[in-house]
Design a protein around this ligand. Sequence first.
Ligand code: SF4
Length: 237
Amino acid sequence: MENNLLTRYSEITEKNPREIVLLRGSGCKWRRCTFCDYHLDFSLDEKSNYELNRLELAKVTGRYGKLEVINSGSFVDLDQKTFAFIIDTCINKKIDEIHFECHWMHKDNIPTLRKAFEKHNIITKIKIGVETFDSDYRENILHKGIDVQEPSKIAEHFDEVCLLFGLDGQTLNSMRQDIETGLSYFERVCVNIMVENSTKIKPNNDVIRTFIKELYPIYKDNKRVDILIENTDFGVG
Ligand code: SF4
């Protein structure tokens, strides 16, 4: 399904300032996370993906020297021409740090990606959506498809981690533990708060209130923690 109504370029001015583009690829190959419907932003038409991606990448100025590329899936879903254009954009705009997202199933593609950017002296940071380090909850309720339990094993491949809060069963302690584990093993943690979407997983407002009251004040100024109360808080989506 193509979605032409999304905002696809933005700037994040606080904490780790960077430009961000929401590109379109061939679609998440996992698609089983029970809380997710944003994998619906995809097209199998590579040419039209490239045309759209080129227009969004043309907006990048290089102002912060850092660019985050997301695409409602993993970087492997982007076409080769888009990749070449991302590399050209980084070179032309003097961007020396690039961020991508990736599902666990594609972890073995990461070294090749890192090398492709390293050749141009560009550092690659890869983010994984873990949602919670409680592997039982993560795999049996959220169906994330990460078949290892130890955070250290996940961190061998990934630099940054996304967590998802505001779900039934989560508590002050479980959320605090997730953030602290994320900070111990990863360079940066991104907390997303569950918002109502078309899936059966619904936000739990008591859990969200607990997060906002107890944890938000502790982590809101932490430079290694991004907190997205609305999932469009980065300005894209
Ligand atoms: S891996 Fe990401 S895009 Fe794919 S279903 Fe899960 S949350 Fe959605």
